[in-house]
Design a protein around this ligand. Structure first.
Ligand SMILES: C[S@@+](CC[C@H](N)C(=O)[O-])C[C@H]1O[C@@H](n2cnc3c(N)ncnc32)[C@H](O)[C@@H]1O
Length: 510
């Protein structure tokens, strides 16, 4: 999506606003490349950035970080070890090209300065609350506050994505700023304790941002430089957080800090790193490469480290099975544990089903959900509700259509519960909604038995409760007995009235 186009009105997170706020990042990179006349200098391609830097008096290590950003912006390509201008760069940014527009774009840059006058044209310009000339204490306060505001949003996302980690306290939040991330984890487990570790001036700002004693419930602060602080031998932590910390340092220092953090983990403890990793660029996590240039421009030696490098450092420190996973916003996590057990972070659908009241459940491939043409005939010739409700045959989907639908999924969850039917149906609807809210937008349930939402169903009118009505599996040609067998759950026909009844539902998951 272009920065100039309005966002999807259904989007409710802050990401569009963050894109607007960072909109100058790509244009700064673009203008920098134009001012260096990089595309002409690169010509038909270069391999050795070190030599290229020497030849043109450019810093090779800076080029190593700039070129991937130019590639991401569609201005360079990288193949077979060669960097070369992309087709649009060759056409419009090379003076040798008949369509060269270089001077037009440089004029755009010249006009950028005029944007500084925009506010005056509209009204008295507001004083910025912070400038580079503001006293250090003020700049520090705004820095801590700004990061805390972002961490509050990220915290919700990080806690949700790591809910399966089964972490234990106490928490150590290294470079934890004002403590928003610790607070998000404590909100999840209020009985735990957290220690935020950061510089004294950050702590001072944190006390202003969070003035109420209740903000500091179970939350302690250690002021100091983490690299120099000596922890008592017995001080170990069940959960260590390092959010936006490693990118403040060069690789050597970051590795040492990480090694020290690992040494503080309790047996079986969990380490969660939140950061922008340039090798984890997805359609959403596209920020890290430019974030690395942000660090180059704004810090002494800050660097966004690759996730595979950080994972290697963790393995060197003896942590097991570190995993990287991307948040829905623009950054990623690395999660590792002290124990030999790999950490499970994927949603546990079965556990979720049980939390919704189902006795058990089995994940199935759609091909293990069996459909057959005879099932509808069993309804027709065996059920007095046949043709009496819109969710039943002949109004429901036939076996062929159901097969087609099932085959458009990759995963289903068969769940087993108990009567009464309306409670079972509500549990299914609640499960469908939970799964949908966890990002599985295709979530759809099939129930059990004839629809019980209304006392009678007017089959000549559309369904009056379409938000809640769902057909039963058997009503759509699913052979429930055979499917249960495939799932290893088993189902036998009831031979006596007082026999236990298994209710079976199916959630089409993804
Ligand atoms: C970018 S901020 C991140 C704050 C918070 N974790 C978050 O995600 O919003 C990095 C923090 O690490 C702190 N920090 C960096 N190096 C540190 C060190 N050696 N000892 C203690 N704190 C440090 C900084 O003061 C700053 O508050």
């Amino acid at each position: 999506m272009s920065l100039f186009s309005p966002p999807d009105p259904a989007q409710s997170d802050y990401s569009h606003l963050e894109h607007l706020a960072c909109g100058y990042w790509p244009s700064e990179v673009f203008f920098l490349a134009l001012n260096f006349d990089l595309f002409a200098k690169i010509g038909t391609g270069i391999k050795n950035l070190g030599q290229f830097g020497l030849d043109h008096d450019l810093d090779p290590s800076g080029l190593q970080r700039l070129f991937p950003a130019l590639q991401q912006l569609g201005l360079l390509e990288h193949e077979g070890g060669y960097w070369f201008p992309s087709s649009i760069s060759r056409t419009y940014l090379d003076r040798k090209s008949p369509d060269c527009m270089l001077d037009f774009f440089l004029y755009r840059q010249y006009m950028q300065k005029g944007w500084g006058n925009l506010a005056e044209k509209i009204g008295p310009p507001a004083q910025p609350n912070i400038t580079p000339e503001s006293p250090y204490s003020e700049r520090n306060f705004h820095y801590v506050k700004a990061l805390d505001l972002l961490a509050r949003q990220k915290g919700v996302e990080i806690v949700a994505r790591t809910r399966k980690c089964a972490w234990q306290g106490p928490i150590l939040d290294i470079g934890g700023g004002a403590g928003a991330l610790s607070r998000a984890f404590l909100q999840e487990r209020p009985e735990e304790y957290a220690t935020v570790f950061d510089l004294a001036e950050v702590h001072k700002a944190a006390r202003i941002i969070y003035p109420h004693p209740s903000d500091w419930r179970h939350l302690d602060y250690i002021e100091g430089d983490f690299s120099k602080h000596t922890f008592a031998g017995h001080e170990k932590f069940g959960l260590i957080l390092m959010a936006n910390f490693l990118h403040a340092y060069d690789a050597g220092t970051a590795k040492n800090l990480l090694t020290k953090a690992c040494s503080l983990l309790a047996d079986g403890g969990t380490l969660i790193i939140h950061d922008y990793f340039p090798d984890r660029q997805t359609s959403r996590n596209f920020k890290a490469i430019l974030y690395d240039l942000h660090m180059l421009a704004n810090t002494y030696n800050g660097t966004c480290h690759r996730s595979d490098k950080v994972i290697n450092w963790l393995v060197d420190s003896g942590l097991s099975a570190p995993q990287a996973l991307d948040l829905d916003s623009d950054s990623s996590l690395i999660i590792a544990s002290q124990s030999g057990e790999p950490i499970s972070v994927a949603p546990d659908w079965l556990q979720l089903a049980q939390e919704h009241g189902f006795r058990t459940g089995v994940l199935l491939e759609p091909r293990d959900v069996i459909t057959a043409p005879w099932v509808a005939l069993k309804c027709q010739f065996g059920c007095k509700k046949f043709a009496k409700g819109l969710q039943c045959p002949p109004f429901s989907m036939d076996a062929d259509k159901t097969r087609q639908l099932l085959d458009s999924y990759t995963k289903c969850l068969l769940v087993e519960g108990t009567p009464p039917g309306h409670t079972f149906h509500q549990q299914l609807l609640d499960l469908e909604r939970s799964v949908f809210l966890q990002g599985k937008h295709k979530a759809l349930i099939f129930g059990a038995g004839p629809c019980s939402l209304c006392p009678t169903c007017d089959i000549n009118k559309p369904c009056v409760k379409p938000g809640k009505a769902r057909p039963a599996m058997e009503a759509c040609g699913i052979d429930v007995y055979e499917t249960m067998k495939k799932a290893g759950l088993g189902l036998s026909p009831r031979t006596a009235k007082d026999q236990y009844v298994k209710y079976v539902g199916l959630l089409l998951l993804e």
